[in-house]
Design a protein around this ligand. Structure first.
Ligand code: FE2
Length: 276
């Protein structure tokens, strides 16, 4: 297994023999590298669906959706995916499952159809362990204890700013979650927990809270923390979802871009409630 870093603080290209990749031989190394680098690009694997599932099982437990589906289609085409509308929320920085007590551990994508040349569709991953680590000490202290409400409504308002009451009710029927702004992980490295699911800062004036979230988002999405993946045929991209945010770069809603996604169950809750 050969590892080349894309940027000092985020992203690595991993060259690996396909049989080794599928066997789980390097599963431990890959997981350690993932938390350190946020995004791992495996070029030239040309994974078929079953191979993606086989690999995913070597590093975690797959989130099944619908009728036991271990892979989802990511596309803007509502004829292929019934959740294409929700997928438009992925144009904004987010973590998967932020509205759950256990956000996903990691997400992986295989390119099936690339976006048309020059039409966008890169995948961006921001390392929020690194952006937290670089905050001044007094800022870190000030963020302790701050909690943020995460809800689907927040994400969907980017896509549809004028929902009907029926739409709003549908969004609000989905789980929402209060998480600390700083996620203290078991392994000891804290990360910032931000993204489009952030609805409001609890116990803070709305305007003040929104400003805080925007300041931190500005900080966390500085170029040095971002890995930008430009897709090629056969690519497989694995990204961390505990100390990283991701988003899709803009591409036309009628694009043929098609991805196969697999998501892994979270293994660590964000918040242990004080009164639990
Ligand atoms: Fe996502």
């Amino acid at each position: 297994m050969k590892v080349e870093h894309a940027k000092p603080k985020v992203g690595s290209k991993v060259t690996i023999d396909k049989a080794d990749f599928l066997s789980g031989k390097y599963a431990e190394e890959i997981q350690a590298l993932l938390v350190e680098r946020s995004a791992l690009h495996f070029p030239g694997l040309f994974l078929e669906d079953q191979e993606q599932v086989t690999f995913a099982r070597t590093i975690g437990e797959i989130v099944k959706q619908g009728e036991d589906q271990e892979l989802q289609y990511i596309t803007m085409d509502s004829k292929i995916s019934s959740v294409a509308d929700y997928t438009r929320g992925a144009f904004y920085w987010h973590i998967d499952g932020a509205n759950d007590p256990y956000p996903a551990k990691a997400t992986m994508l295989s390119a099936r159809v690339l976006a048309e040349e020059g039409a966008g569709g890169d995948t961006l991953v921001a390392n929020t362990y690194a952006s937290y680590a670089d905050l001044p000490a007094d800022r870190k202290r000030a963020l302790e204890g701050i909690k943020v409400r995460h809800a689907l409504e927040a994400t969907q308002r980017y896509v549809n700013p004028t929902p009907s009451a029926a739409e709003l009710q549908r969004w609000q029927s989905r789980p929402s979650q209060t998480h600390p702004l700083v996620w203290h992980h078991r392994h000891g490295r804290p990360s910032l927990l931000l993204g489009a699911t952030s609805f409001y800062v609890e116990g803070m004036e709305l305007a003040e809270g929104n400003l805080l979230l925007a300041e931190l988002m500005d900080w966390a999405t500085q170029d040095e923390y971002i890995y930008r993946h430009k897709w090629s045929e056969g690519d497989f991209l694995l990204f961390d979802n505990t100390g990283a945010m991701h988003r899709a770069d803009w591409y036309p809603l009628d694009s043929k871009r098609l991805m196969r996604r697999t998501t892994l169950h979270g293994e660590e809750p964000v918040l242990v409630l004080e009164n639990a």
